[in-house]
Design a protein around this ligand. Structure first.
Ligand code: HEM
Length: 405
C-alpha cells in the first residue's frame, strides 16, 4: 500500500460516519485515502493505531513536513488548508509549540476551570429560561436554542468577548470554515470575516484591558513571546477548537440518553453520573470524527502500513471509539462500561486537548441543568440530518419537545 493507491475516497457527505469508519477498519488499521481536490493521506482506524499516531515522535504537526505541500501540489484553496497551516499551537512542534501553549496552560487546568462553573450555570439557565417561554409540547431545535449558543457564550466569556453580535458572528463564520462541503469561496469569505472580528477584539483589549484570556494573550505579545499574527491565531484556535467540539458533545449526549431511556434512568436514580454519559458519548459517538493532520518526518511503520517521510496522517476517532478489540459490543451506548487505559478522545502527548477539563465541566453542567428543567424532554426526530463534514460528527438540528418541570 502507498499513497499513490488510495483505498477509498473519503466522503464528506457520508450520512453515517460510523458505517464509513467500519468500512475503513475492515480495510486495515492504517490505510491510504483520498480527500477533496485529490489530496491523499493515511487514516488510522483502530484505537491502538490512533494512540501510536498521537504519540509517535516522528509524526509531527508542522505543515512544512508535508511533501505534497512543499512541492506545491496542494492548492491554497483546499478547504482544510486554514486548519493545517494556521499559526497556532496545534500546527507547531517542539519549543515553538510550548511557547504558543504556555500563555494559556494555567487558565485551563482543573482549578481555574472550576471557578467558571457558576458562570457556566448562569449561561445554561439563561438559555433554558428562553426555551421555557415556548408553548409546552411544541417542537424546538435544541441545537439552535441551547447546545450551539452555550459553548460559544462560555468561550467568549473566557476570552472577554461581551458583544453578543460579535459572539453570534464568530459562531456562524466558524461553522462555515469547518463545514467540509463549503466552497473555497465560502471558506475564504468566512475566514476573512473571522480575522476582521479578531482584529476588532484585539484593538478593544488594547484600549480596555481586562481579566480575560484575550488580554492575557495580548500581554504575551507585548512581552515579545507571541507575534501579532500568533496572538490573533491563538484566539482563533480557542474558538475553533473549543466551540463546535463541545456543541457536538452536548448534542450527541442528549440524543444518546433520549434514545436509551434505560441509561437515562441510571443517571436519574443516582447509580451513574453525567460524567459517565459524557465519557461514553466521547467513545461511542465522538464530537470529532477525524483529527487532521500529522506528517511523517521519516518513514514510520504504523498499523501494518509504512507511512513514508512527508506523508500526512489523519487519526480516525470514530474508528478508535468503536474498535471491538478494545470495546466489547462497541456500537452499544452503555454508560456502565468500564473503559480501560487512558482514553484517546482528547488526543494524547504534547497536543493533548488544552480544553478537556473545560469541555467536561461544561457538558456536565449543561446536561444537569437541561434535565432538571425539562425532565420529560423528548426527541421529536430520533435521527435528524447529520453535519456534512470530514471532521465533525453530529447533527445539524436537534428537534425536541420540551415540557417544563
Ligand atoms: C486539541 C478534542 C474541546 C482546545 C485537541 C485534540 C483533540 C481535541 C482530539 C488533539 C489534536 C491533535 O493532537 O492534533 C476535543 C474534544 C472537545 C474539545 C473532543 C470537546 C468535547 C476543547 C475546548 C477547548 C479546546 C473546550 C478550548 C476552549 C484545544 C486546543 C488544542 C486541542 C487549543 C490544541 C492543543 C495543542 O496543540 O497543544 N482537542 N477538544 N478543545 N483542543 Fe480540544
Amino acid at each position: 500500500m502507498d499513497l499513490d493507491h488510495p483505498l477509498l475516497v473519503l466522503d464528506p457527505t457520508a450520512a453515517d460516519p460510523h458505517a464509513e469508519a467500519r468500512r475503513l477498519r475492515q480495510l486495515g488499521a492504517c490505510v491510504p485515502v483520498e480527500l477533496q481536490q485529490g489530496v491523499r493521506a493515511w487514516i488510522t482506524n483502530d484505537e491502538a493505531t490512533g494512540r501510536a499516531a498521537f504519540t509517535h515522535p516522528a509524526l509531527v504537526k508542522g505543515v512544512e513536513n508535508w511533501r505534497a505541500y512543499r512541492e506545491g501540489e496542494i492548492r491554497q484553496d483546499w478547504p482544510l488548508m486554514a486548519l493545517v497551516a494556521g499559526e497556532t499551537m496545534v500546527n507547531r512542534d517542539g519549543a515553538d509549540h510550548t511557547r504558543l501553549r504556555n500563555p494559556l496552560n494555567a487558565a485551563f487546568t482543573r482549578r481555574p476551570i472550576r471557578t467558571y462553573a457558576g458562570r457556566i450555570e448562569e449561561i445554561a439557565h439563561g438559555l433554558l429560561d428562553d426555551l421555557a417561554g415556548q408553548p409546552a409540547g411544541s417542537v424546538t431545535d435544541l441545537k439552535a436554542g441551547f447546545t450551539f449558543p452555550l459553548p460559544m457564550a462560555v468561550i467568549c466569556h473566557l476570552l472577554g468577548i461581551d458583544d453578543p453580535d460579535m459572539r453570534d458572528r464568530f459562531g456562524d463564520e466558524i461553522a462555515t470554515i469547518l463545514r467540509s462541503t463549503a466552497t473555497p469561496q465560502e471558506v475564504g469569505a468566512a475566514f476573512g470575516a473571522v480575522m476582521e472580528l479578531l482584529d476588532r477584539l484585539v484593538s478593544q483589549k488594547e484600549s480596555r484591558p481586562a481579566d480575560d484570556l484575550a488580554t492575557r494573550l495580548l500581554q504575551s505579545h507585548r512581552d515579545g513571546e507571541l507575534t501579532r499574527a500568533e496572538l490573533v491565531d491563538s484566539i482563533l484556535i480557542l474558538v475553533v477548537a473549543g466551540h463546535e467540539t463541545t456543541v457536538n458533545l452536548l448534542a450527541n449526549a442528549v440524543r444518546a440518553v433520549l434514545n436509551h431511556p434505560e441509561q437515562l434512568a441510571l443517571v436519574r436514580d443516582g447509580s451513574y453520573g453525567w460524567s459517565d454519559v459524557v465519557q461514553e458519548t466521547l467513545r461511542q459517538d465522538p464530537p470529532v470524527q477525524r483529527i487532521f493532520l500529522r506528517f511523517a518526518r521519516e518513514d514510520v511503520p504504523l498499523g501494518g502500513a509504512l507511512v513514508r517521510a512527508g506523508d500526512p496522517v489523519i487519526v480516525g476517532m470514530t474508528g478508535a471509539g468503536r474498535d471491538t478489540d478494545v470495546h466489547p459490543d462497541a456500537d452499544r451506548f452503555d454508560i456502565t462500561r468500564k473503559q480501560s487505559g487512558t482514553p484517546i478522545h482528547f488526543g494524547l502527548g504534547a497536543h493533548y486537548c488544552l480544553g478537556a477539563p473545560l469541555a467536561r465541566v461544561e457538558a456536565e453542567i449543561a446536561l444537569t441543568a437541561l434535565f432538571e428543567r425539562f425532565p420529560d424532554i423528548e426527541l421529536a426526530d430520533p435521527a435528524p440530518p447529520r453535519i456534512l463534514s470530514h471532521i465533525m460528527n453530529s447533527v445539524r438540528t436537534l428537534p425536541v419537545r420540551l415540557v417544563p418541570a
